[in-house]
Design a protein around this ligand. Structure first.
Ligand code: SF4
Ligand code: SF4
Length: 422
């Protein structure tokens, strides 16, 4: 690994500091908990080797001329990257570690996710970032699109124009953006992406999303909660950088174990535990703060209405009946433009989806999570809260960043909320 790190220009000393801090946190939050499904062993191993085995795999892919694409958002169509034989992965933006450095370039009062990700590039502590042929940014929110201009001075960045409304004109533009993305992948791979390759790419990602959906369905079933929310959050986070075929297999193995646990009534929480849906801004690794506090306060997180969660795997790309590349691109457009990110206006579908998820999971309450300065999710809270109140579903709003300074304050509020639910 040392040679690869040297070639990638990693700041080895800083990187070691980061890995030590991560390892300690991971041990405390995950490894010390009892009664975890055995199949979580695979995901623990992936985390333990987060900057090892997978980096080597990606390095070999790049050596063979396959495109490596780093992303910050679920609007980037990974199906197309996989069609080109490459890998698409999420770039971690969930660590406090890199933020002080990022704040030497960026204002303090923007979303921590953006600062954290930018800081990884500045520090040269993330081999995924260093390996990427290209980082794909998008125009979803203000701070992001302006940050790409600065990030572009440090790494090759492409910006995908994601419109903020969903009319016919916007869909036309979006289709052009998908075509432009495909052309870029073809350019890096040095070969065209045909119908068969596109179809294969879609099938691989569809299988991954289906496995994650299966996991979601097993989280709180027949009065049994066979897995902690924190563990599912981890699986969801890993879905953004593991090999998709292997990941799918491992998630399905986990699901088989959970099915057996449900049959035997093996719950990881006591009977009558308060079931919580977490809705809001994405939680990029290693952001485990809220789930940890909620489950430490005696409640169970049974669903995440978020991009690292249900919004990512809710819908597959329907290519039944597609006979040409253009039709597959149209199918991709249909699926991606159904995403109900708060950057859209209006965004009625999101409220409906949250209510549906609350009903599906029979939750006792919702914790609405916004990262500090994430204006879109923050403003959208009012609409969501009104709809929940109308249906008698209690909601608590938590606005926070990645620092640990407010942990006790959040814990007090969460404990009072959980208490009120019982
Ligand atoms: S919240 Fe919106 S902008 Fe952020 S990752 Fe999700 S889809 Fe992208
Ligand atoms: S969390 Fe909110 S502010 Fe941050 S990048 Fe995503 S949409 Fe933008």
């Amino acid at each position: 690994m040392e040679a690869i790190y040297r070639e990638l220009g990693i700041d080895v000393k800083k990187h070691e500091e980061l890995m030590n801090a991560l390892g300690e946190l991971y041990g405390k939050l995950f490894l010390e908990r009892n009664n975890r499904p055995e199949a979580m062993g695979y995901f623990d191993k992936v985390m333990a080797e987060i900057h090892g085995k997978r980096i080597e795999e990606l390095y070999q892919l790049r050596k063979s001329g396959r495109p490596l694409v780093g992303t910050f958002c679920i609007f980037v169509p990974e199906e197309i990257v996989i069609s080109a034989g490459g890998a698409c992965y999420g770039l971690c933006g969930g660590a406090q570690f890199t933020i002080p450095e990022a704040e030497t370039h960026l204002p303090r009062n923007i979303c921590p996710l953006i600062k954290s990700a930018y800081g990884f590039k500045l520090q040269r502590t993330c081999p995924y970032t260093q390996l990427a042929d290209v980082i794909y940014g998008e125009t979803t929110c203000e701070a992001k699109k302006k940050t790409w201009e600065l990030l572009g001075k440090l790494h090759k960045v492409h910006v995908m124009h994601i419109p903020h409304m969903k009319g016919d004109t916007e869909r036309e533009l979006w289709l052009r953006e998908l075509e432009r993305f495909k052309e870029e992948m073809e350019r890096i791979a040095g070969k065209p992406i045909g119908f068969e390759e596109l179809k294969k790419g879609v099938e691989i990602v569809n299988a991954k999303r289906s496995a994650m959906k299966r996991l979601y369905e097993l989280r709180a079933k027949d009065g049994c909660i066979p897995i902690a929310g924190l563990d599912v959050l981890l699986v969801n986070q890993i879905s953004f950088y593991d090999d998709p075929v292997r990941f799918t297999e491992k998630v399905n193995e986990l699901c088989q174990e959970l099915e057996k646990r449900i049959e035997r009534g093996m719950s990881v929480f006591p009977e009558g535990v308060a079931k919580i849906l977490v809705a809001g801004s994405p939680m990029a690794p290693p952001n485990w703060k809220l789930h940890w506090i909620v489950e430490d306060s005696g409640a169970a997180v049974v669903a995440e209405e978020a991009c690292i969660g249900h919004r990512y795997f809710r819908e597959n790309v329907d290519i039944s009946g597609c006979a040409t590349e253009e039709e597959i691109l149209q199918a991709l457009l249909k699926r991606y433009s159904n995403i109900d990110c708060a950057c859209f206006t209006p965004n009625h579908q999101r409220v409906k989806n949250i209510i549906r998820m609350c009903e599906e999971k029979k939750v006792d309450g919702v914790i609405y999570y916004t990262l500090s300065f994430c204006h879109t999710y923050n403003v959208e809270f009012k609409k969501v809260a009104d709809a929940l109140k109308e249906r008698g579903i209690p909601v608590l709003k938590i606005e926070t960043d990645y620092s640990m300074e407010d942990v006790e304050q959040i814990r007090t509020r969460v404990e009072a909320f959980v208490e009120s639910l019982s």
